[in-house]
Structures are given as C-alpha cells and as structure tokens.
Design a protein around this ligand. Structure first.
Ligand SMILES: [Zn+2]
Length: 298
C-alpha cells in the first residue's frame, strides 16, 4: 500500500508521520526547534526526518508550516516562532537530497485538507475551516480541491477588517479580525487594556473562567468580530460546513455556543437552515500535510 510522509513545522517542534491513504500511521518521529534554530540546523532536521522515515512504499512528501510562505516556490519566508529563518528554500533542498516530489502549503490550508479527508469535513462539497491559534487562519475546500488563490495566498481571513482604526495587528495594519480573536490578539489587547501581560492564551481563558471583567469583555468583543467574519464568508462562499480548529478550541466551552448563536442571528434565514458550524480539531497537522501529498497523487 502506498504511503505519504506528512511533516508539520510548528512552534517548538517538527513532527512527521508516514501515513496510508486511510490515515493509518505507519511510523512517526519529531525534532525539536526553538528561537535559536538557524537555517542549517533546520534543514538538517528535515533531512534527518526523511532519512529516518522513508521506505519503499513512500511516494511523496507534504509539508506544512505557519506563514507567510511562498508555496509556489517552496519557500518559508518567515516564521514568528523561528526568528532566525528567513527565505528558506526547503522544498528545493529536500528535492535535491531525495528523489521524492515535495508539496508545501501553510498550516491553515493543511488543517482544511486534514479535516476534509480525515475529520468533520469529510465528504463536504463546500468546506470552510477557520484555525483559531496564535493567529486566525482560513482554508477553503471547494468540490474536493483546496482553494489557493492566484499565488497561494488566498483565504487570509484573519486580516479581513473588523473595525478600521481598531487595535494593531501583527500584519502591520489595524482592526483585523485576528487582532480581536486569536491568542496574540487576546494577549495584546489584554495588555493594552489592563497594563498587565499574560503568558499564554490558556492564562487569558483562565481569567475569563474566573469572570474577570476585562477578559470577559475582550472575549465578547472577539466573538462579535469572529461572528462578523463568518457572516461575510457565509454570504460570499456559501459553505456547507464551517469547522473551527486550532489551539484555542480547547476553550470552546467558553465561546462556542455564543459564537454559533451570534452567527445564526446575523446571516440570511436561508443559510440558518443548513449551514453547519462545528468544533473540529481532532485531525493533526501532520495528517493535514500528508493529505496535501495525497491530493497531488490521486
Ligand atoms: Zn492583520
């Protein structure tokens, strides 16, 4: 049976699995990364992973990482969590070292492919994925194919404006939805509002659980911003399902119902009757990366 290597480049580690078409994991490994990881170490880790895992049934490699990336040229442009990496041509590097086809895309797009093939998006002809993590990402699978946009940078949904002149966003502009609903957004806004810094999104949600007024207000504003983003997307692409993934959905009990209710309130009645809003996130980034490879080898 054919197998596909999925590699997920994340904050703190590179994870990899060799998987079959039905999602069975045959082998897995990982390497740690950090803020001091340079290009040479990074590429060496990728090489080691491929050498360790490759076997005769393997037909290709799929890789995912946070953006910004250039998927067409196979370049990791920059990564907030790996600051020493700039313009790394990882696809060419692996193609030169090994004789496998290599596919590369951003983590939100791969989350979408993973949910489509192995998760709650299975079989949907029009599936929208929103990733709630450090940032706010999006991926759209239409009739079985990932929508990439002209140069692979489509569905940067986190940077749809919620409020012009709103808070600063990591992209350099203001008032993006990501500035209202994402780990970085919550932490920045909490610091701006209270003068106190929090170390993680978990800590922010803990404040919400303790009903601290500032944290509750920021979450409610975030829910409104995210609901308005969903409204825009529902009216634009008419998805059958919206599946939420990413680290923040661990706190779904604090916002999932309010978010779903608010989205329902502000969309056309006809959309209310069939648009499914679901909590996903049980499909790993590694499976999403393997799914990218499968998509190119049907
Ligand atoms: Zn932005």
């Amino acid at each position: 049976m054919k197998s596909y290597l999925g590699i997920d480049i994340g904050a703190g580690s590179i994870k990899a699995s060799l998987v079959t078409k039905d999602g069975n994991i045959l082998k897995q490994t990982s390497r740690t990364t950090g803020t001091d990881t340079n290009e040479i170490q990074f590429l060496k880790s990728l090489e080691e992973i491929v050498s360790e895992i490759k076997e005769s049934s393997m037909i290709g490699i799929g890789i995912g990482s946070p953006g910004p990336i250039d998927s067409e040229r196979g370049i990791l442009i920059q990564s907030a969590n790996l600051p020493l990496l700039k313009e790394v041509a990882l696809v060419d590097h692996l193609k030169k070292k090994f004789s496998y086809p290599v596919y590369y895309n951003n983590d939100a797009n791969l989350a979408a492919l993973g949910e489509y093939r192995f998760g709650l998006g299975k079989g949907s002809s029009n599936l929208l994925i929103l990733t709630l993590g450090t940032g706010l990402g999006g991926g759209w699978i239409y009739q079985g194919k990932l929508f990439n946009g002209y140069k692979g940078s489509g569905m940067e949904t986190g940077h749809v404006t919620y409020l012009a002149e709103g808070p600063h966003c990591g992209c350099g502009q203001r008032g993006c939805t990501e500035a209202y609903f994402s780990a970085s957004g919550f932490l920045n806004r909490y610091l701006e509002t209270t003068g106190r810094s929090l170390s993680s999104a978990e800590e922010f949600f803990k404040k919400v659980r303790e009903t601290e007024p500032a944290a509750v207000r920021l979450l409610n504003e975030g829910i409104e911003a995210l609901a308005q983003l969903c409204r825009g997307l529902i009216h634009t692409i008419n998805p059958e399902r919206i599946v939420f993934t990413g680290g923040l959905i661990l706190s779904w009990d604090l916002f999932g119902n309010s978010l779903t209710k608010r989205i329902q309130e502000i969309i056309f009645p006809v959309f209310r009757t069939y648009t499914q809003i679901l909590r996903g996130g049980n499909v790993s980034g590694v499976l999403g990366a393997a799914a990218l490879c499968m998509e190119n080898h049907e």
